[in-house]
Design a protein around this ligand. Structure first.
Ligand code: HEM
Ligand SMILES: *[C@@H]1O[C@H](CO)[C@@H](O)[C@H](O)[C@H]1NC(C)=O
Ligand SMILES: *[C@@H]1O[C@H](CO)[C@@H](O)[C@H](O)[C@H]1NC(C)=O
Length: 356
């Protein structure tokens, strides 16, 4: 009896709580469930127009990258930094000098004055900015997005960001130290579908990691599985870098994670299933954005993040000139099908991402 009464009381008060949930109408007429989100509507619009120039281009890509590099300055077991706290900007004089952060300075030059002009914290401009950036990339999922992070109080230590020439063991150990299982690491690497390199081969800057860097499709998971040939270059890793297609750059870490027994089957499954890839990526991004933060002290403003348009293709395809026989596959429970289509033409040469 008593417990039944408590249950019905809980149901009534739950309904009541929903009914009186504070809602606010923002200056532009948008109704939001938390008034604190109103301030982020002009932030969103100015990011899209002024920083990303309305495209899933270099600045959108770099903002997703800084979301990782800032947040991963965290450990569940020792003090390595404050996580997703904006320390990459607040302590840029220290963190931007770390080798793994090469190239991040460019997006910091945009986001630092932007955050100051809009009166938001550096942690928020980075994580909210990453979710807004993704909304410009067809095929990207909506990412649950929180705001209200305080200013960073300390820099991250060097060595928290994985290096692309680290062995898989080391990368997985570092990510586990920050709370990410191997499957979640592979899910986060869906980000490399909207990515290019500048720093490893500076002579060939903006060379992408897949043939469709403006789309959040699952091509990167298929193309990294292709056999590679030496990537032309004269950088510090000359001769070590491979490429599956002319103009396309492949990180050694991506190649190895796609073939390691611990991660290969997850990798291959994402090459076959865009929607699962996108959903697991979204969950892992929210987790990343909350490292070092208390979720109940933040405000969920997901409702003002636009949903990206869908990707035009539902299946990954072989770039022209490539077939199933070019794949370097691992035997998994789900055998890799031979049915993916090849694009028409002779060879695919991948264009560089235009500079912004
Ligand atoms: C697990 C280990 C990872 C390694 C070793 C790695 C390494 C790299 C490297 C070397 C670059 C090229 C940077 C340059 O030369 O400009 C890059 C680009 C990028 N990475 Fe990662 N990354 C990793 C994970 C991630 C994660 C978890 C994310 C986001 C969730 C991410 C997002 C990006 C993006 C978006 C770019 C492209 C940036 C641009 O084109 O401007 N990466 N990554
Ligand atoms: C956070 O840092 C910015 C820039 O360094 C500063 O303008 C702002 O007042 C700080 N906010 C708080 C709450 O300390
Ligand atoms: C690499 O080659 C580019 C031109 O292809 C040249 O501008 C650059 O100086 C070279 N760098 C090194 C380290 O030799």
């Amino acid at each position: 009896m008593l417990s039944a009464a408590l249950v019905s009381l809980a149901l009534v008060s739950g309904a009541f709580a929903r009914a009186i949930k504070p809602r606010a109408v923002c200056a532009d007429g948008t109704t939001v469930s938390n008034a604190a989100c109103c301030a982020f509507i002009p932030v969103r619009d100015d990011l899209i127009n002024d920083i990303f120039e309305g495209t899933c281009g270099e600045n959108a890509h770099s903002t997703v990258r800084i979301a990782f590099h800032d947040a991963i300055g965290w450990s569940d077991f020792s003090d390595k930094g404050g996580g997703a706290d904006g320390s990459m900007i607040a302590f840029g004089d220290i963190e931007l000098a770390f080798e793994a952060n090469a190239g991040i300075d460019e997006i910091v030059e945009d986001l630092q004055p932007f955050a100051l002009a809009h009166g938001i914290s550096f942690g928020d401009v980075i994580q909210f900015g990453s979710s807004v950036a993704l909304s410009l990339c067809p095929g990207a999922p909506l990412v649950q997005t929180f705001v209200g992070r305080a200013n960073a109080t300390e820099p991250a230590v060097d060595g928290t960001v994985p290096d692309p020439f680290n062995p898989v063991d080391m990368i997985l150990a570092r990510m586990l130290d920050a709370g990410f299982q191997p499957e979640e690491v592979i899910a986060l690497l869906a980000s490399h579908t909207i990515a290019a390199q500048d720093e490893i081969e500076p002579a060939i800057e903006r060379s992408p990691f897949d043939s469709t860097p403006a789309l959040f499709d699952n091509q990167v998971f298929l193309e990294v599985l292709l056999q590679g040939t030496a990537f032309p270059g004269n950088g510090s890793h000359e001769g070590e870098v491979e490429s599956p297609l002319p103009g396309e750059f492949r990180l050694q870490s991506d190649r190895d994670l796609a073939r390691d027994p611990r991660t290969a089957c997850t990798w291959q499954s994402f090459a076959l299933d865009h929607d699962t890839m996108a959903q697991k990526f979204s969950a892992a991004m929210t987790k990343l954005s909350l490292l070092g933060q208390f979720q109940d002290q933040l405000v969920d403003c997901t409702e003002i993040i636009p949903q990206a348009p869908p990707s035009s293709r539902s299946q990954a395809f072989f770039p022209a000139g490539k077939t199933f026989d070019d794949l370097e596959l691992t035997a998994c429970d789900n055998a890799f099908p031979t049915t993916l289509l090849t694009q028409e033409g002779t060879t695919t040469s991948v264009a560089r991402v235009p500079p912004q």
